[in-house]
Design a binder for this molecule. Structure first.
Ligand code: UDP
Length: 240
């Protein structure tokens, strides 16, 4: 049965997901793999939007610590990095025949659209993948918060948080062989136990707007499609 569980999904990919582990920049192979995963879901008739991070290029707090750059400036640089990544994801999706639009929280009018909520929803209804760039448009927060914000305002049925592991574990699965995957958590457990799934402000926004989060490994082919078809992949974070 190929009946999607969700009508509209928001995928959050970090900048690190666009490069090979331990490096920076943008890797063509990673881009193609991610775009292929997204296309599998678009082909189900599901509306998809994407929030991209920028950590493969600049993180505001890190660059401010290492240079004379003011922290707020560093954050704006980080937001601009997400625009670079959004353009990379856009062209890769379009090379697969998937129509897209990039909408940025910061106005860069010769490069992409400015974020307009109603327009974004219209693009989604027309079957275009909307890539949201520049996070929230404000410094001192991250693209996780941007993802939660966009998910709430465009009425996404779920926020898919792509990570390096296929869900939330009882311990670090890399170092602890007894670690097991947790299938389901409620928002309060994540917040109270300070589980490092997403920024707490993002989890809080999702809780207040009843947007469930699914933590999944996007590097496993078919995983995103599997989540959308309700195949019990990853960890679901929701209300009780
Ligand atoms: N950023 C920001 N405001 C936002 C989103 C991002 O200032 O709403 C900056 C922040 O400096 C962050 C950088 O952009 O470190 C890159 O985003 P993020 O760290 O979330 O990227 P990811 O870790 O997902 O690759």
């Amino acid at each position: 049965m190929n009946t999607p569980r969700y009508r509209r999904v928001l995928l959050k990919i970090s900048g690190e997901g666009l490069c090979t582990p331990g490096t920076t920049g943008i890797d063509g192979g990673q881009l193609r793999r991610i775009a292929a995963e997204i296309k599998l879901v678009v082909d189900l008739g599901v509306q998809v939007c994407v929030v991209v991070g920028g950590g493969n290029i600049v993180r505001g707090s890190a660059i401010a610590k290492q240079t004379p750059i003011e922290e707020a400036t560093g954050h704006y640089m980080g937001m601009l990095a997400t625009v670079i990544n959004a353009l990379a994801v856009q062209d890769t999706l379009e090379s697969l025949g998937v129509p897209t639009r990039v909408q940025s929280a910061l106005a860069i009018e010769s490069v992409c659209e400015k974020f307009i909520r109603r327009r974004a929803i219209r693009h989604l209804e027309k079957g275009r993948v909307v890539i949201f760039a520049a996070g929230t448009g404000n410094p001192f927060v991250t693209t996780d918060t941007g993802a939660a914000l966009r998910a709430a305002e465009i009425h996404a049925d779920v926020l898919l948080k792509a990570t390096k592991v296929d869900g939330v574990y009882t311990a670090d699965p890399v170092t602890d062989a007894s670690a097991r995957r947790i299938e389901r958590l409620n928002f309060n457990e994540v917040i109270d136990q300070r589980l490092r799934v997403m920024d707490l402000s993002a989890v809080d926004l999702c809780q207040r707007n009843a947007v469930p989060i699914v933590v999944l490994d996007l590097n496993r082919p078919g995983n995103m499609r599997g989540v959308v078809l309700g195949e019990g992949i990853g960890t679901v974070i929701g209300a009780d």
